[in-house]
Design a protein around this ligand. Sequence first.
Ligand code: UDP
Length: 329
Amino acid sequence: MKKRILITGAAGFLGSHLCDKFLHEGYEVLGMDNLITGDRRNIEHLFKREDFQFYHHDVTTFVHVPGKLDYILHFASPASPIDYLKIPIQTLKVGSLGTHNLLGLAKEKDARILIASTSEVYGDPQVHPQTEDYFGNVNTIGPRGVYDEAKRFQESITMAYHRYHGLETRIARIFNTYGPRMRLNDGRVIPAFIGQALRGENLTVFGDGSQTRSFCYVDDQVDGIYKLLLSDYSDPVNIGNPHEISIKDFAEEIIKLTGTDQKIVYEPLPQDDPMQRQPDISRAKEILGWEPKVSRSEGMQKTYDYFKGLTKEELHKSEHKDFAKHIRK
Ligand code: UDP
């Protein structure tokens, strides 16, 4: 009997790669998505398979799937600042009501559940690098608050189900991750810069570009999540790549990678934009025996190749400028 896993957010960037991974590992995969920010095309290649089923469903309403379930991965959520601004209430609901529904389903099916948490629970961190025992520095009422607080609530209710109901739960704190199938127009820095380079536009660095991020290639991220799900560890685990870079230096790397003759232009920093972010992954190393393997140059080359393969229409359908206008202080 194959193990059965439900993956919410299956048509999204991470969700779709997780579907591929678990099918590859011999699982039967039930993918669920309401397709608000997800894209059918990310999973279309799976529709012909007998070991894959797709449910077009919004997890903030009652979730039912027939048959047994061994595992649930809750990856449904908007996950970029542009989305939080456009659909703030849905962002709050999927992290809170959606998580509650899926915890209920896990309990009903006696399944283990892993929830996708985020480095955003640390807010604009005052501890660097971020360890799992840091409580964070979040502005509850800022533009990112809808995501950050939904994810913090998600962790709390997950631990409550674990402690009160004895449910088997796992919490992945996911740091910035990139790779093929990211949405070109989601406002995040990697699709933004690559899209700008491909369209022959200047690269927009927000602030003075001294803020840092640490980018993890999707294959490494998926591998970490897979190992965490199969571990017996229920406290949160950071999954990310500790190799940190400033956004300005990163823009310069992209100029080299793409060979664009465009320049860097500076725009105001969005409100509550974290100034530094780097995961401390000691816990993941120790408990999961996991650490990232893909270098940024290798991962970025693969990502660039993916974006180069998009059609002209896709490339020009960018909401990036609108986003920049709205998120300013
Ligand atoms: N950023 C930028 N130019 C852009 C888009 C983003 O300088 O066109 C910056 C953004 O202000 C942030 C960093 O890049 O400091 C990463 O942004 P992203 O939205 O990708 O992720 P997050 O802030 O959620 O880590």
